[in-house]
Write a protein that binds this ligand. Sequence first.
Ligand SMILES: *[C@@H]1O[C@H](CO)[C@@H](O)[C@H](O)[C@H]1NC(C)=O
Ligand SMILES: *[C@@H]1O[C@H](CO)[C@@H](O)[C@H](O)[C@H]1NC(C)=O
Ligand SMILES: *[C@@H]1O[C@H](CO)[C@@H](O)[C@H](O)[C@H]1NC(C)=O
Ligand SMILES: *[C@@H]1O[C@H](CO)[C@@H](O)[C@H](O)[C@H]1NC(C)=O
Ligand SMILES: *[C@@H]1O[C@H](CO)[C@@H](O)[C@H](O)[C@H]1NC(C)=O
Ligand SMILES: *[C@@H]1O[C@H](CO)[C@@H](O)[C@H](O)[C@H]1NC(C)=O
Ligand SMILES: *[C@@H]1O[C@H](CO)[C@@H](O)[C@H](O)[C@H]1NC(C)=O
Ligand SMILES: *[C@@H]1O[C@H](CO)[C@@H](O)[C@H](O)[C@H]1NC(C)=O
Ligand SMILES: *[C@@H]1O[C@H](CO)[C@@H](O)[C@H](O)[C@H]1NC(C)=O
Ligand SMILES: *[C@@H]1O[C@H](CO)[C@@H](O)[C@H](O)[C@H]1NC(C)=O
Ligand SMILES: *[C@@H]1O[C@H](CO)[C@@H](O)[C@H](O)[C@H]1NC(C)=O
Ligand SMILES: *[C@@H]1O[C@H](CO)[C@@H](O)[C@H](O)[C@H]1NC(C)=O
Ligand SMILES: [Cu+2]
Length: 571
Amino acid sequence: MASGDQIPLLAAALLCALLAADSAVVERTFHVGNLTVSPLCERRVITAVNGKLPGPTIRAREGDTLLVLVVNHSPYGITIHWHGVFQKQSGWADGPSMITQCPIRPGGSYAYRFNVSGQEGTLWWHAHASFLRATVHGALIIRPRNRSFPFRTPHRQVPILLGEWWNADVVDLEKQAFLTGGGIVNVSDAFTINGKPGELYPRCKNHTYKLEVVSGETYLLRIINSALHSQLFFKIAGHSFTVVAVDASYTKPYDTDVVVIAAGQTVDALMVANAPSSRYYMAARPYFSSAGGPPSFDNTTATAIVRYADADDDAPPWMPRMPALNDTPTAHRFYTNLTGLRRPGAPAVPLEVEEHMFVTVGLGVLACEPTQVVCNRSRGTLGASMNNVSFRFPTAMSLLEAHFRGFHAEYQSDFPDRPPAMFDFTNNSLNTDPRLAPLLRTQRGTKVKRLKYNATVEMVLQNTAFIGAENHPLHLHGFNFFVLAQGFGNYNATTARSGFNLVDPQVRNTIGVPAGGWAVIRFVADNPGVWIMHCHLEQHVPLGLATVFVVENGTTPDSVLPPPPPDFPAC
Ligand SMILES: *[C@@H]1O[C@H](CO)[C@@H](O)[C@H](O)[C@H]1NC(C)=O
Ligand SMILES: *[C@@H]1O[C@H](CO)[C@@H](O)[C@H](O)[C@H]1NC(C)=O
Ligand SMILES: *[C@@H]1O[C@H](CO)[C@@H](O)[C@H](O)[C@H]1NC(C)=O
Ligand SMILES: *[C@@H]1O[C@H](CO)[C@@H](O)[C@H](O)[C@H]1NC(C)=O
Ligand SMILES: *[C@@H]1O[C@H](CO)[C@@H](O)[C@H](O)[C@H]1NC(C)=O
Ligand SMILES: *[C@@H]1O[C@H](CO)[C@@H](O)[C@H](O)[C@H]1NC(C)=O
Ligand SMILES: *[C@@H]1O[C@H](CO)[C@@H](O)[C@H](O)[C@H]1NC(C)=O
Ligand SMILES: *[C@@H]1O[C@H](CO)[C@@H](O)[C@H](O)[C@H]1NC(C)=O
Ligand SMILES: *[C@@H]1O[C@H](CO)[C@@H](O)[C@H](O)[C@H]1NC(C)=O
Ligand SMILES: *[C@@H]1O[C@H](CO)[C@@H](O)[C@H](O)[C@H]1NC(C)=O
Ligand SMILES: *[C@@H]1O[C@H](CO)[C@@H](O)[C@H](O)[C@H]1NC(C)=O
Ligand SMILES: *[C@@H]1O[C@H](CO)[C@@H](O)[C@H](O)[C@H]1NC(C)=O
Ligand SMILES: [Cu+2]
């Protein structure tokens, strides 16, 4: 006869068996098409998914298979990227335009099929063609398979998508910037929280996201920075946060009253509703790190309202004190104080490195393109580069397809491991000393770095001061990486190595390389395919701030890139 203790035990065992067995296929259809919205109270036609801004949230559990049919009713070529998903053996579903696929043509469709195994937390999906991700994006939430978080279970989980809004059509915005604007994009008109700008925009105070809270309850805010061009400070008046994950990787609990989030990153933060019953603003406004870059930027503030059940709606909400727009110390404190939560079975930092790379990252000057209508031929145009290669996207065939078919005319495999010249990378005199002017010039090329399957790669990412030192959020597709160290000035291996965190570093897919500084990351190339690494400030991608890793097949059946799916979009 079973004792009272054994029954729950048996039930738990059964439940575990059931949970382990039931990986599901999560099927969704994304209709991409025109949507009329008016966040600033002026009607605009945007491109959006399923008639929503932000687009639909996808919820899955670790180990599930996702099958998302994207049907393109919009006038533009579209791709969708599943930001932060490893895409193990499903590189054909990664999404960056001309890197892994050609865009889905207007009227066309493509079924993205991939697993979300070995990762959980807050990720997101977004368009990866032109500037369309401004409005084509949404949350992708991967819950733990056995439903247990490594922190106290929150009462509610709330996606918070921080966005950036233009009254202009974003495809026109990109075209204009490059054809006649010298690479400079018009500044945005507003920031948004879950698609709404909030009460601080004078013309349209009533478009405000509201979060109703119950006193004493704990909320897991799944914060996503989907803005095109801005890192953001995020605060809630009267409340503080415990950060428990970034980029879908758990962190040691980190208490803070401000979240700093670069474009492309996510932060999971617990917030306890423990303030006096009232209304409180949550606010997001830029962390603007550039010392000399674009002449102006959007310095406005998006707000939403956290409202307690019986709050007095006549009293104005409390406003948090936001950091100054250029508060690099606050940004640096947040970015560097996070450490990874070590969990059994999670990969440890690899200690043997096969590929040592030292890569400069920054702006520069390019020769005018024949297509540029307005461009001073003797001065050139704004560009950007990694190791002085300004990445040029192929036009005939995606790099993944070219790699798979052995069609090597599309690219060269000589992306350099070091910059062609060593110089004082972060010295502002690079922009003023005429003798250094030739260094500002950079050159376009489609150069990739080849990696053997399973190679461990260490990259020192060194920002430069060309045009202006600026924090560039670099996003790597296909992998998470360990962030071993970050600092200011020129990287010095002798002094930096002793400070490497090889024990519990934060794990990310997007790293904000400090303005006038450097960061060191390490990852294992255990994913055959073609993976872009690029700045997540969208303007910098067409300028050339990108490079590509080509990871060769391994020797086992589960370490090779399979052939493309039958409906793979042709160019
Ligand atoms: C969608 O919007 C674009 C740009 O405003 C317009 O050219 C196109 O005709 C619209 N398409 C449909 C199907 O409404
Ligand atoms: C995804 O998972 C399913 C079920 O576990 C498996 O059949 C399939 O082969 C996996 N796909 C990939 C690309 O690994
Ligand atoms: C759920 O999984 C995590 C990690 O995989 C593990 O640490 C935890 O003990 C599991 N919880 C239960 C209730 O099985
Ligand atoms: C960018 O701003 C300029 C100056 O305000 C304006 O003339 C132009 O129409 C804007 N571009 C777009 C695409 O809205
Ligand atoms: C917001 O206010 C504008 C006028 O300022 C009005 O046209 C619009 O209908 C209002 N929208 C909502 C959702 O109340
Ligand atoms: C934002 O920029 C405008 C125009 O450059 C300036 O007048 C204003 O004071 C700035 N606001 C803040 C909060 O910095
Ligand atoms: C965070 O980092 C700063 C240095 O950047 C340090 O002074 C501070 O003590 C750290 N810890 C916390 C909890 O902020
Ligand atoms: C083009 O650039 C050169 C060199 O910087 C400068 O001297 C010249 O005035 C510029 N021309 C125009 C039309 O702006
Ligand atoms: C990788 O292996 C697969 C399966 O054997 C094969 O189809 C593919 O062509 C290989 N890819 C490359 C780039 O060699
Ligand atoms: C980059 O390459 C260009 C073209 O070869 C050269 O003129 C320039 O000096 C190089 N810049 C750096 C920083 O190496
Ligand atoms: C990949 O490398 C790790 C050590 O870094 C090793 O344990 C593992 O067996 C390798 N896997 C393959 C498939 O080569
Ligand atoms: C790096 O730091 C060490 C120790 O402070 C110093 O001796 C060395 O000159 C530095 N190297 C460079 C290239 O600045
Ligand atoms: Cu950038």
